[in-house]
Design a protein around this ligand. Structure first.
Ligand code: COA
Length: 259
């Protein structure tokens, strides 16, 4: 179905694997196009409750945008690459109403770090390495890196990482708040699937409202508190809220339907 991605649905979680291991899963035009398509599937297919994005092989999550496609670009074409990528893929991941988790299994550099950062949160293997090395190419991040890295690790560290192009390992990435957990590579997918499965047992409408409200905070949205008040109120119109509160009173586990 896809040329550059592998997709597999497991218990409601769609596992999306960027599959160009001989190029360390670099994001060429085809990958961006296909990630855009698979995200439509995540948004629209009711059987998909969550997604995990990872990279093929044991070396790289994604080693960046495909540098070979950059050589002949002019300013307008460069802008176009960044704009289309952000709109079709990176913003779409961030704003997905269903949880999308990055399972970072090796190099996450440039567009790869940006892809991981656009996910709702990140789990890494011990061999993962993160960085924004665009400055080495005379470039800057173009898929949201200047914004999301700053949100995640703070201004000073983001400045240093982007100006030096240095990589950080998994443990440092965890200390910085860039990743939530670090596991041996052999456990990475299993542990990430466990977290996705746990979230799937929660109330889906509440989960999507959490995503929206937290994104408001990350974007410095002025109306974030007001939006939260409204979203909180809307939860009271859901069957899931009735089910959740009733199940608590009846001392049983709730069964949420996303209604
Ligand atoms: N774009 C295009 N091709 C890439 C790539 C990228 N971002 N990253 C890796 N590749 C390709 C290499 O060109 C090489 O292809 P080849 O075998 O046809 O020559 C293959 O993937 C393997 O990479 P290689 O550099 O040989 O592996 P390595 O273990 O020596 O180094 C990295 C690994 C990640 C340190 C190195 O590949 C690298 O620096 N990549 C670019 C990272 C980057 O600058 N990303 C930001 C892009 S804006």
């Amino acid at each position: 179905m896809y040329n550059t991605l592998l997709t597999e649905a497991q218990n409601g979680t769609l596992i999306i694997t960027v599959n160009r291991p001989d190029k360390l899963n670099a994001l060429n035009k085809d990958v961006i196009e296909e990630l855009g398509k698979v995200l439509e599937e995540v948004y629209n297919n009711e059987d998909i409750k969550a997604a995990i994005i990872t990279g093929a092989g044991e070396k790289a999550f994604v080693a960046g945008a495909d540098i070979s496609e950059f050589i002949s670009l002019d300013a307008a074409a460069g802008e176009d690459v960044a704009r289309k990528g952000q709109l079709k893929v990176f913003d779409k991941i961030e704003n997905s109403p269903k949880p999308i988790i990055a399972a970072v299994n090796g190099f996450a550099l440039g567009g790869g770090c940006e892809l991981a950062m656009s996910c709702h949160f990140r789990i890494a293997s011990e061999n993962a390495k993160f960085g924004q090395p665009e400055v080495n190419l005379g470039l800057i991040p173009g898929y949201g890196g200047t914004q999301r890295l700053t949100q995640l690790v703070g201004k000073g560290k983001a400045m240093e990482l982007m100006m030096t192009g240095d990589m950080v390992g998994a443990d440092e990435a965890r200390a910085l708040g860039l990743v939530n957990h670090v596991f041996p590579l052999t456990d990475l997918m299993g542990k990430t699937k466990e977290i996705a499965a746990k979230i799937q047992l929660k109330a889906p409408i509440a989960v999507s409202k959490i995503i929206k409200c937290v994104n408001d905070a990350a974007k410095g949205e002025k109306g974030g508190f007001v939006n939260e008040i409204k979203a909180f109120g809307e939860c009271f119109t859901t069957q899931d809220m009735v089910e959740g509160t009733t199940a608590f009173m009846e001392k049983r586990k709730p069964i949420f339907k996303g209604k």
